[in-house]
Write a protein that binds this ligand. Structure first.
Ligand code: L3W
Ligand code: SF4
Length: 437
């Protein structure tokens, strides 16, 4: 297997964010190579590499690019194929525990800009937008500086490197809402509206920004693309499992000795990553952890050897999500941690659909009651029942994601909930009335 670091290889360079450093370390060579290929060849290359989206869902990147309707040779285009195409970078990193895209944009902004250029050419788009989380003013400034440097060096703009290809890239600051990380809410926000999810289908690939075909890709996904072009699809596939290959940035936070970003091949286990991060803090034991942020069901020490790739994590009952590994030890209350996550979802719920808007509010009420020691035996059933009425009935993934921490904490640590009940309520357990469906 080839060695990492790949995506983070420039992080240790002096002034790694400047175009001088980037070009000195092979930067923009993939862009020149790509311009010598046809767009279809590039789409095939990325498809063959097996690169899957790093924003949470793991959708195959090359396949997403291939969904963009293109005019057929010799025919006058109609419908979506006749419209302009857009590339939108989802740089609205907001999933609790996730901290991979912002460091990448700070340390190596040109890696993203080069990925944007290659992807734009592959989907025949002449206008790309990088939508950066509103609070990340530092990343916004750094990207603006990198885009300006790329224009000045002729990597962006009119007739790039004499290829006849024009590309404009704009850096846009979001307004600081978690829901704007959902791709269609992001598009609404870009269009100047309140960010709320749109009904899918149609997917953005057919009707996205201003109703035109749009690819929405995550930062880490696009930053991987220059390496695919330089190394080739066979090289990229050597990192990790066949169906979910590539180098990956894992964010470790919480009760670890050295929290931070760790790059390793897809399929690396939590046991291996914990060893890289110095382990759980001395004198303490791992109790539970998230494989992909707060929207993904908790894992326990039993799952330390699950390969962290999309399929293996799903088979073990969770989601790889954004590879945000939040670590909790025996001093942490899983019910309190779950309450904090649920408060986050209740606050960030956009309010568009009833199950999520009302359900997350009521989940917080129940969890608060339990944490305060005023819960009832019935509250445990009520939590499950409320989650059942949100899961699969919400308009977007935020509602479903809000139930993950509750359902999985009840699955693995029900006793911790029971321990919070007053003694007389503990006696009522198992005798609670079944809730009406
Ligand atoms: C065309 C089809 N395109 C799917 C596209 C779709 C999207 C991508 C994945 O949620 C998850 C969520 C969060 N024709 C298509 C098609 N597409 N079928 O493929 O789509 P989908 O619906 O599976 O996922 P999603 O709505 O993108 C992403 C989870 O990630 N998550 C979120 C993290 C938050 C951040 C952040 O902080 N920025 O990423 C963490 O676990 O819960 O399940 O592009 O258009 N037939
Ligand atoms: Fe909005 Fe929540 Fe419904 Fe998503 S699930 S549309 S965030 S209310």
């Amino acid at each position: 297997m080839p060695l990492t670091p790949v995506l983070t290889v420039r992080y240790a360079e002096e002034r790694s964010w400047t175009i001088e450093t980037y070009e000195r370390t092979e930067g923009y060579s993939a862009w020149r190579t790509a311009l010598g290929m046809t767009p279809d060849e590039l789409v095939t290359l990325v498809k063959d590499s097996g690169l899957r989206g790093r924003g949470g869902a793991g959708f195959p990147t090359g396949m997403k690019w291939s969904f963009i309707p293109q005019p057929k040779p010799g025919e006058t285009p109609t419908g979506p194929a006749a419209k302009p195409k857009y590339l939108v970078v989802n740089a609205d990193e907001g999933e609790p525990g996730t901290c991979k895209d912002l460091p990448l944009m700070m340390a190596d902004p040109h890696g993203l800009v080069e990925g944007v250029a290659i992807a734009s050419y592959a989907i025949r788009c002449h206008y790309a937008v990088i939508y950066v989380r509103g609070e990340a003013v530092h990343a916004h400034r750094r990207l603006q500086a990198a885009v300006a440097e790329a224009y000045a060096a002729g990597h962006l703009g009119r007739d790039v490197h004499g290829s006849g290809f024009d590309l404009d890239v704009v850096v846009h600051a979001g307004a600081g809402a978690y829901i704007c990380g959902e791709e269609t809410a992001l598009l609404d926000s870009l269009e100047g509206r309140r960010g709320q999810p749109r009904l899918k289908p149609p997917f953005p690939a057919v009707a996205g920004l201003y109703g035109a075909p749009t690819v929405v890709n995550n930062v880490e996904t696009l930053a991987s693309v220059p390496f695919v072009v330089r190394g080739g699809s066979a090289w990229f596939k050597e990192f990790g499992p066949e169906k979910s290959p590539g180098p990956k940035i894992y964010s470790l936070s919480g009760r670890v000795v050295h929290p931070g970003q760790y790059e390793a091949p897809m399929g690396t286990t939590m046991r291996e990553l914990l060893a890289m991060a110095g382990g759980v803090r001395p004198g303490h034991e791992l109790k539970f952890w998230t494989p992909g942020g707060s929207s993904t069901p908790y894992f326990t020490p039993e799952h330390l050897d699950v390969p962290l790739d999309f399929d293996s994590v799903a088979a073990a009952g969770s989601m790889l999500g954004t590879t945000a590994l939040m670590v909790f030890d025996e001093t942490d209350s899983i019910v309190e941690a779950t309450l904090r996550f649920t408060e986050f979802y209740a606050h960030e719920s956009c309010g568009k659909c009833t199950p999520c808007r009302e359900g997350t509010y009521w989940l917080v009420q129940i969890l608060e009651r339990l944490v305060a020691g005023h819960g009832t035996a019935r509250d445990l059933d009520l939590l499950t029942d409320t989650c059942d009425n949100i899961l699969g009935r919400s308009f977007c993934a935020l509602g479903d994601g809000a139930t993950s921490c509750i359902a999985s904490s009840l699955k693995y640590f029900r006793d911790d909930y029971v321990a919070l009940l007053p003694a007389d309520e503990q006696g009522r357990l198992g005798r609670t009335l079944k809730l009406e469906p």
